[in-house]
Design a protein around this ligand. Structure first.
Ligand SMILES: *[C@@H]1O[C@H](CO)[C@@H](O)[C@H](O)[C@H]1NC(C)=O
Ligand SMILES: *[C@@H]1O[C@H](CO)[C@@H](O)[C@H](O)[C@H]1NC(C)=O
Ligand SMILES: *[C@@H]1O[C@H](CO)[C@@H](O)[C@H](O)[C@H]1NC(C)=O
Ligand SMILES: *[C@@H]1O[C@H](CO)[C@@H](O)[C@H](O)[C@H]1NC(C)=O
Ligand SMILES: *[C@@H]1O[C@H](CO)[C@@H](O)[C@H](O)[C@H]1NC(C)=O
Ligand SMILES: [Zn+2]
Length: 528
């Protein structure tokens, strides 16, 4: 009876979808192909100086997640879905980044975010230190520290910001300002006894270390910042994690001592009342741990990723020298680990909205925007599903060898394994808490080891259009913005941004190369 009901529901869905499917004959594809070709032939590399750099990291945003999010978004708008595109898929340049860690084929967010932000690959679980460090060994941090693009930018007078939907001390954001032999040393209580006093927890590094200059800090994880004897303002039963002191008060005091205007907020009301013109520093920590999935977000208590991005850019933009902003869609990864695919794709669409908002508030003439992932997931779209079939639903083309239907989306491993396999037509697979099936039972679905996409627009974005080590990304951002290892790039020519294709900057680099080559040729001739 129940099964018959679901068959009926699915049948209705298929019929509706088939009626919507537009017929696309040869003219459609020929026109589309020719139009895209002309567009591409007219794309000239932008060799301007990047005043601003915005880097979006979708945690776990592999290609299959981008595809599923694009289809889901289109279907929410009543379309078949495959033909659409997420905003950042229209960026002019795309490349692939190799995500392995120095010690693992399949990586974690700590080692990969360190590669993206600091330009140096390292081990699984390490934050802002190179491969000489052993995981969890405090003394092995000695001499291993590497700096991030945020620190390079700050040294050149730019403003910096970090936004995430996870705890602000979590692996990806932490790689922007911390140095730690373990990603898990988020509060002082997390440090092993032998590391206390020698190594510093990640939260404290945000207040006293390389994070102290960051102007905008927005995310979750406020428990890491107050004492064990203090209650959370929103959840009185939740206590802080620290054994030393309240770091939020320390941060506010430190900024006041510098005659800087700093504000701390912990809910949407406080956040919405912040006037960008009136603050120099803003810290917003909206949950004791991670912020909610977009699909479960309480709008009165937590701003969206797009709202946080907008506020941050309005504050950072006040600096005439520009800014570097890191934005993490951090819970895409958590959706996948729990095999809650609807949350993973919904949080992807929320990050897309943030990218769109950032593009509205900046210009590609002077702002390099990079959208990428730290690593992928073992997440699949399969089964010869028909055009426009609900992406969260059941494959209409075939059942398994035993005649049991299966969903379009599935995981290589994860919590959704049962034997015998459940018939998904007996449940609502598009409900938020539906756990998609996997081939192997693991407590948590795992990351994937293949390359991830890098979408880029703005100055020097054409340098991203091939297959490279993930650590290369930081180097292009540094070159485009003339910071860190590439701060001399701008000194080769007046840093006057041009608005057309070729620039004097590129010309002078070429000229410098020619002169060097000629000098070498003369020297060789003299020696011979
Ligand atoms: C920790 O690292 C230091 C420095 O590399 C090394 O001398 C020491 O043996 C390591 N300790 C452990 C327990 O592995
Ligand atoms: C909690 O402990 C800290 C540090 O020992 C102390 O300064 C503070 O007054 C205490 N707060 C409360 C609410 O007991
Ligand atoms: C939001 O935070 C402010 C302090 O910034 C507090 O006064 C207010 O009560 C909070 N609102 C809610 C709904 O908890
Ligand atoms: C399945 O769950 C989704 C999400 O909760 C809901 O929107 C939809 O109406 C449900 N479908 C059916 C047939 O109950
Ligand atoms: C960006 O450059 C284009 C020409 O390449 C120009 O038409 C446009 O006005 C510029 N936009 C801004 C915001 O400077
Ligand atoms: Zn993960």
């Amino acid at each position: 009876m129940r099964q018959a009901f679901w068959v009926l529901v699915l049948a209705c869905v298929f019929v509706t979808v088939d009626l919507q499917r537009p017929q696309q004959l040869k003219d459609y594809w020929m026109d589309l192909g020719q139009r895209k070709l002309r567009e591409k032939l007219n794309t000239k590399p932008n060799t301007n100086v990047a005043k601003n750099v915005i880097i979006f990291i979708g945690d776990g945003l592999g290609v299959s997640t981008v595809t599923a999010a694009r289809i889901h978004k289109g279907q929410l708008q009543g379309k078949t879905g495959e033909e659409g595109s997420l905003f950042f898929e229209n960026f002019p340049y795309v490349g692939l980044s190799k995500t392995y860690n120095t010690d693992r084929m399949v990586s974690d967010s700590a080692g990969t975010a360190t590669a993206i932000l600091c330009g140096v690959k390292t081990k699984f679980g390490l934050i802002g230190v190179d491969d000489r460090t052993s995981f969890g060994n405090c003394t092995s941090e000695e001499g291993a520290s590497v700096d991030s693009i945020l620190k390079w930018a700050n040294a050149e007078g730019k403003s910096t910001g970090i936004i995430t939907t996870t705890r602000i001390t979590h692996a990806t954001p932490a790689s922007g300002f911390a140095h730690s032999a373990s990603r898990y040393w988020e509060a002082d209580a997390d440090l092993p006894a032998d590391a206390r006093g020698t190594c510093t927890d990640i939260a404290k590094q945000m207040i006293e270390g390389d994070g102290s200059f960051i102007k905008v800090i927005l995310g979750g994880g406020r428990r890491q910042f107050y004492h064990r004897n203090e209650s959370d303002p929103e959840y009185p039963n939740v206590k802080g994690k620290r054994t030393d002191r309240n770091l939020i008060n320390q941060w506010l005091q430190a900024k006041a001592d510098m005659n800087m205007r700093a504000e701390y907020v912990w809910n949407s009301t406080g956040f919405n009342s912040v006037e960008p013109a009136d603050v120099d520093f803003l810290m917003g920590l909206f949950e004791p741990s991670h912020m909610q999935y977009e699909g479960e977000r309480n709008h009165d208590m937590e701003p969206s990723l797009a709202e946080m991005t907008e506020k941050a850019i309005k504050i950072l933009k006040k600096n005439a020298k520009g800014f570097v902003l890191l934005v993490e869609g951090g819970r895409i990864d958590h959706g996948h680990h729990a095999s809650l695919a609807r949350h993973a794709v919904t949080d992807t669409i929320a990050m897309e909205a943030a990218v769109k908002k950032a593009a509205e508030l900046t210009s590609a003439n002077d702002t390099l925007t990079v959208v990428t992932a730290d690593h992928s997931h073992v997440f699949n779209i399969g089964g010869y599903a028909g055009r426009g079939i609900p992406i969260l639903g059941v494959n209409d083309a075939e059942s398994d060898k035993n005649g049991v239907p299966y969903t379009v989306l599935s995981y290589g491993n994860g919590p959704g394994y049962t034997a015998p396999r459940e018939d998904p037509t007996t449940v609502n697979t598009s409900s938020w808490n539906y756990v998609y099936q996997s081939a192997v039972l693991t407590a948590s679905e795992t990351h994937g080891g293949e390359e991830v996409p890098v979408y880029a627009q703005g100055p020097m974005s054409h340098l991203f259009d091939f297959v490279y080590e993930q650590s290369y990304i930081a180097h292009v951002m540094a070159y485009a913005a003339c910071v860190g290892p590439n701060k001399d790039h701008c000194k080769m020519a007046p840093p006057t941004p041009t608005t057309s294709g070729g620039s004097s900057l590129e010309f002078s680099v070429t000229k410098a190369l020619v002169v060097t080559k000629m000098a070498v040729a003369v020297m060789v001739a003299v020696i011979l």
